[in-house]
Design a protein around this ligand. Structure first.
Ligand SMILES: *Cc1c(COP(=O)(O)O)cnc(C)c1O
Length: 339
């Protein structure tokens, strides 16, 4: 069966580099949404706990429930309480949503500073504080998310400026209302590496921890090492005669006699079909023909091939980003931690 390896040394190396930027492990909030970016939620969470990570970020409460005993604090980005635990904190993504949280829920307020995806508008800050007070919620933090931290675009500085205003105003409002002191956070991986240091209370780090951050800015990101590699096993081998075809649509035709083997990885596992006839593995083995649901063919007779070991390298060939390469990998693939 095709399988994934998770390199613990690489993961810890990445966390070491991130910790030099945040100054302390405690400020790292490891982003574990989407099955820990395809790596495996429980596998990554257990390694993170061993390393000393205490904070996690997920999309859904159902993800948080699976890792509730492994972290001191879990931020849920987009869900309402159904099975709340004392270490869960829920995100307010709009004014309207405030009424959906029961009294005493631990919440963080997301503010839209220019990405225009989620969060209350900047002008709604005071109204949000009033509604949070009326609802009796425990507001712990105010945060925002960057749309251009990994791009050369003026929006990055505009969002930073907007968030600095929000921090001042939120601090004043919290004092006026007698709320506990607030925490603030805005950095994803790209912003943390771009800033080179974290002056806020926390950084929400995903892709850098998995070793696949790629931006035009930071030299430190070159020291990150990809955690995940994907391997497939041979199902069968054969000689292709001259002019023999391979796979659906007969899109590959041999110009000379060739050895071709089928491996147990396909688009149903997350090996993207767009790579059909257009991919060479890290060991120089060429793909032949279309990727099918559970199979793909390579010009090789090896019993096992490494399909990829650096999502940053395969991503441009698939016209996408490393995030999509990784999150495409299905949960049914076996995950093995290697030391
Ligand atoms: C996914 C996500 C992150 C992590 O982003 P990376 O680029 O992987 O570091 C941080 N914050 C929010 C709100 C997110 O949705």
């Amino acid at each position: 069966m095709a399988y994934i390896t998770l390199n613990k040394k690489h993961f810890f190396n990445n966390l070491d580099i991130i910790a030099t930027l945040t100054k302390t492990k405690d400020k790292i909030a490891l982003v574990l949404k989407d099955n820990a970016y395809g790596h495996g939620l429980l596998e990554i969470s257990s390694m993170a706990k061993e390393y000393g990570i205490t904070k996690a970020v997920v999309q859904l409460e159902s993800e948080a429930v699976k890792i509730k005993d492994l972290f001191e604090y879990i931020l849920i980005l987009a869900d309402t309480p159904k099975d709340p635990q004392e270490n869960f904190c829920y995100t307010i993504n709009s004014l309207k949503a405030i009424k959906t949280f029961p009294a005493d829920t631990r919440v963080e307020l997301k503010v839209n500073t220019g990405m225009n995806r989620n969060g209350i508008e900047m002008a709604e800050l005071q109204a949000a504080f009033e509604m949070i007070e009326m609802q009796g919620l425990q507001l712990e933090a105010v945060f925002t998310h960057h749309g251009c931290a990994d791009e050369v675009h003026p929006l990055y500085e505009i969002q930073k400026h907007n968030f600095s205003i929000i921090k001042l105003n939120a601090t004043t409002l919290a004092e006026q209302k007698g709320f506990a002191p607030l925490r603030f956070h805005s950095c994803n991986s790209a912003a943390l590496f771009r800033e080179d240091t974290c002056i806020e209370d926390m950084a929400r780090v995903g892709i850098a921890a998995y070793g696949c951050l790629k931006t035009p800015f930071s030299s430190k990101e070159d020291m990150l090492q990809p955690v995940l590699a994907l391997y497939a096993h041979k199902i069968s081998s054969r000689y292709l005669p001259v002019e023999g075809y391979v796979g659906y649509g007969a899109t590959f035709k041999a110009v000379q006699e060739l050895m071709v083997s089928t491996y147990d990885i396909g688009y149903g596992d997350g090996f993207l079909r767009i790579l059909s006839n257009n991919y060479t593995t890290p060991d120089g083995i060429k793909i032949a023909g279309r990727i099918s649901m559970d199979n793909s063919s390579f010009l090789s007779k090896e019993d096992q091939v490494c399909i990829f070991n650096d999502a940053r390298e395969i991503a441009p060939k698939a016209k996408t980003i490393s995030y999509e390469i990784l999150t495409s990998l299905k949960p049914h693939l076996q995950r093995k931690i290697v030391e």
